[in-house]
Design a protein around this ligand. Structure first.
Ligand code: PRP
Length: 206
């Protein structure tokens, strides 16, 4: 049996569709209840529904053998896992965004609000720009509106959240998509099952 950490929400729905289309369906997953574990012994899979930002933790510690997680989370949390495939879904961009009309004052420290602290620090270190980092956990777009920060580093997908809050993209840092990740021990000890899954995924996305 392969334990699959599936991110709850929009990305998880797309991921499940992909997995079920290549022979890893588990009909019970669509039952409207609060269960978090669903298995189909016929297909040798057990799905664990976890918060997207926790997928890599389950996989790193071996609670799940494989999982699907956004590259943004991998860049930020740097888990010790194998990243085997880019699944080409869940596409978005990690960007610097600022209020419309914003003009940077290069004479002072830039205040940056984000949940991606490592990514933001690395990005500005690369530019040689000194920043004050304000770590938030959500609704990042509020920070520059309220004067808490000058800019934000955040995910932009459709761009709607920025537009509706009178912000715009200043710089794109990196394109993001969902990645198939694997626990290091599982890769050795369940190599046959994981290899078969990797091959089917590769074929499905090519
Ligand atoms: C993410 C991100 C932006 C929004 C971007 O937020 O942080 O706020 O999606 O999407 P868009 O470009 O399509 O408008 P999420 O929904 O994860 O909620 P959060 O505010 O808790 O981060």
């Amino acid at each position: 049996m392969l334990n699959i950490a599936l991110p709850k929400g929009r990305l998880g729905d797309q991921v499940y569709k992909l997995f079920s289309s290549i022979g890893y369906e588990c009909a019970a997953i669509y039952q409207d209840n609060r269960k978090l574990v669903f298995e189909n012994p016929d297909n040798q899979v057990r799905y664990l529904l976890v918060k997207p930002s926790d997928v890599a933790i389950y996989v790193e510690y071996g609670a799940a053998d494989v999982g699907v997680v956004g590259k943004d989370i991998l860049l930020e949390s740097r888990p010790d896992v194998y990243e085997l495939l880019d699944l080409n879904i869940g596409k978005c961009r990690l960007c610097v965004a600022a209020p419309d009309g914003y003009v940077e004052d290069r004479g002072r420290v830039l205040r940056v609000a984000t949940k991606f602290a490592h990514v933001a620090r690395d990005y500005y270190a690369g530019l040689g720009r000194e920043i004050e980092l304000i770590k938030l956990n959500g609704s990042i777009e509020l920070a520059p509106i309220l004067g808490l920060s000058d800019v934000i580093v955040d995910i932009v997908e459709s761009g709607k959240t920025l537009v509706e809050n009178h912000l715009h993209v200043e710089q794109e840092i990196v394109p993001i998509s969902a990645r198939f990740i694997v626990n290091r021990s599982s890769y050795l000890f369940k190599g046959d099952l994981i290899g078969a899954m990797q091959a089917k995924l590769t074929e499905a996305i090519s």
